[in-house]
Design a binder for this molecule. Structure first.
Ligand SMILES: [Cu+2]
Length: 238
């Protein structure tokens, strides 16, 4: 049964069943870390979801094709070899597979770049915060208010420009709830933009191995109502 006329419907059916099972299984697994607390997080999550969707489809087709070959190309009892693959329709398979891979690779690169620029192209912001990373803590400075704070306080719905630098080694400023991560480099300022959409308290994590206490280099983000912002900032100031 090494005949492609039979293989195509069988592989398609098996792929569809496998993909359906995997999509159902993924409903139960939370792949993303907790709340989606910023406008940017929604962009990142939808890109992640789309890539997972394509990955599940390709994985299912590959596994179904492998299963088909294992079953139908197997050597029978007393045989040295299994059924031979007929090379003429095989060329067609190669052409389709290569073309699809090229379209997918370049398509995903274009999609990723477009979404990445979408997160960073607009340099307008409602407020500025400067973040300084050091072994092993985070420090936040608000230039307009001339205030230093131990926690990152952000007003809900306002677009913040976060300028990040490091005093010593390379760190990485990561807020899982915002799905944003940016290296903190000594002698250079890097920038992130974030518009928080859910009030609450979230973690700031260092995502770059930066020495002995890297794993405890944590901070807090507080997303508060815009009316509470100034008061909260004064309360936190030191
Ligand atoms: Cu660090």
């Amino acid at each position: 049964m090494s005949d492609w006329k039979k293989a195509v419907p069988l592989i398609s059916l098996a792929s569809a069943a496998l993909a359906l099972a995997l999509f159902n299984a993924l409903e139960w697994v939370h792949l993303m870390p907790g709340v989606q607390a910023a406008k940017e997080a929604a962009i990142v999550d939808s890109a992640f979801g789309n890539v997972i969707f394509i990955t599940v489809i390709i994985f299912s087709v590959v596994v179904a094709a492998i299963l088909y070959m294992v079953v139908f190309f197997r050597a029978g009892p007393g045989q040295e070899e299994g059924a031979r693959f007929d090379a003429s329709p095989g060329k067609m398979v190669e052409v389709v597979w290569l073309a699809a891979s090229c379209v997918l690779t370049f398509g995903l690169a274009a999609y990723g770049s477009e979404e990445f620029l979408h997160l960073r192209h607009d340099s307008r912001a409602d407020l500025d915060v400067q973040v300084k990373a050091a072994q092993w803590s985070w420090e936040f400075f608000y230039p307009s208010q001339n205030v230093n704070a131990a926690e990152l306080i952000l007003p809900l719905g306002k677009r913040a420009r976060i300028s990040i630098t490091s005093e010593d080694v390379v760190h990485s400023f990561w807020v899982p709830a915002f799905r944003l991560k940016q290296d903190a480099l000594p002698g250079r300022v890097t920038t992130l933009y974030v518009t928080p959409t859910v009030k609450g308290e979230y973690d700031v994590v260092c995502a770059e191995l930066c020495g002995l206490d890297h794993s405890v280099m944590r901070g807090k983000v507080l997303v508060v109502d815009p009316e509470e912002f100034e008061g909260k900032l004064k309360g936190e100031a030191w």
